[in-house]
Design a protein around this ligand. Structure first.
Ligand SMILES: [Fe+2]
Ligand SMILES: [Fe+2]
Ligand SMILES: [Fe+2]
Length: 403
């Protein structure tokens, strides 16, 4: 199937930008802005076609390791420390290993905070830093100062003061670009997405859903990294969904679409602040509404990707209930197809059987008893609960399904 990779990247990087927006006050569209600035520098360096596309892809994903490093920051104010922390470079590099770039260049994400004079995290200097990393590092510096509401002149002044940190050829390109108001105006929150789209080569590539899953897996790791309490939730759901779909003898495409939907079902949680997600004790009614909005964000992020329509449906429906009492849409049985019902059931099964800080995971038997109660109350599909019971019965080692 032909996939528009731009749509996919745009959608996924949007969720990443929401994560950073939640961490850093006044920082919005960080990845997109870094990508836009990188693209403009790249074009000055005569990048075209696949090279330009790869540069923009790396730039959009450059801070994908931030969700995990956030866990190591003791409070939000220390985020800058976390951003300056080697962790997000290491995590980010290993996360994107399977991303279908045209040319995978090793260490681009790992070294995106390296400095030309060797004063970065890993002490790599000069042209030993991959060119993409040098461009992204410079673009990141500009984007961060831009977010502090500095004027163009102030940004260029800061660059001059820190010039030893950057590749002189790239700096010269930025000084040249910086003469044009247009370069800066396009960085505005209102325009940056459109400006990026204009310079980003459109790429349509033929991938199978199985290949597309390598991308959804990257994002399921990012989602799972967001909360220490649910560290393998998406992975577990995806694995169990896979087992059940094999049991139903699904064709290959549907099987992989379901794995993707399972990987990404909680994508919208990236937009829910950690203070609420990880809050000990009960949530206020407003906080409950915020948490319950996550399948809405999941759907909105996925439905813009051509070929992901069904995936967006299944993933977006995972908290709906057959009696229409689920959230956030309140859809009833007539709107919930069998695959939506499967994801809803597996989500409950996984959540109940996994350990949480405040309780141990329930046994298979206890979980099935609870789920049968939900069937009796008209919430979930009885036949799927019985299939889960036979496929994941007590005799089966549950840990086999978390990979
Ligand atoms: Fe970074
Ligand atoms: Fe960054
Ligand atoms: Fe969820």
């Amino acid at each position: 199937m032909n996939f528009n990779v731009n749509e996919l990247l745009n959608s996924l990087s949007f969720t990443l930008d929401c994560v950073e927006g939640g961490l850093l006050k006044n920082v919005t569209n960080h990845g997109r802005r870094v990508a836009y600035i990188s693209a403009r520098i790249g074009m000055m360096m005569k990048f075209t076609g696949h090279d330009l596309f790869d540069l923009i892809s790396y730039a959009l994903l450059h801070d994908n390791g931030v969700t995990k490093s956030l866990l190591h920051a003791s409070n939000m104010n220390e985020f800058y420390q976390a951003e300056l922390n080697r962790m997000h470079c290491i995590e980010g590099e290993s996360n994107i290993e399977a991303f279908p770039f045209f040319h995978r260049v090793p260490d681009v994400i790992l070294y995106h905070h390296e400095r030309y004079d060797g004063s970065g995290f890993f002490g790599v200097s000069g042209d030993d830093i991959p060119l993409y990393s040098r461009i992204i590092g410079l673009a990141d510096f500009i984007a961060v100062i831009y977010s502090e509401q500095k004027t163009y002149t102030e940004i260029l002044e800061s660059l001059k003061k820190s010039s030893r940190l950057f590749d002189p050829t790239l700096l010269a390109a930025v000084y040249e670009l910086g003469h044009n108001a247009e370069f800066w105006l396009n960085m505005n929150d209102m325009f940056v997405f459109g400006a990026l789209n204009k310079v980003m080569p459109s790429v349509v590539r033929n991938f199978s859903y199985r290949e597309m899953r390598s991308v959804s897996q990257i994002f399921s790791n990012i989602i799972d990294a967001k909360s220490p309490f649910t560290g393998s939730h998406s992975r577990g759901i995806s694995a169990k969904t896979g087992v059940l779909c094999r049991y139903y003898e699904y064709d290959e495409d549907t099987y992989w679409k379901m794995r993707i939907a399972a990987d990404l079902h909680d994508l919208g949680k990236l937009m829910v602040p950690n203070q609420i997600l990880d809050k000990p004790g009960s949530l206020t009614p407003t906080e409950i509404l915020i948490v319950q909005s996550h399948p809405f964000y999941t759907r909105r992020a996925l439905e813009v990707i051509s070929g992901f329509e069904k995936i967006a449906d299944w993933a977006g429906n995972h908290h709906e209930k057959l009696n229409g009492k689920g959230y956030p849409y309140g859809l009833d049985a007539s709107f919930l197809d069998f695959n939506s019902r499967i994801l809803g059931c597996i989500d409950i099964y996984q959540a109940l059987t996994e350990d949480r800080p405040y309780r141990q995971g329930l046994s298979h038997g206890q979980t099935i008893t609870l789920m049968r109660g939900m069937v009796n109350r008209g919430l979930i599909e009885g036949s799927i609960v019985e299939d889960i019971n036979s496929v994941f019965g007590e005799s089966v080692q549950l840990k086999d399904f978390t990979g």
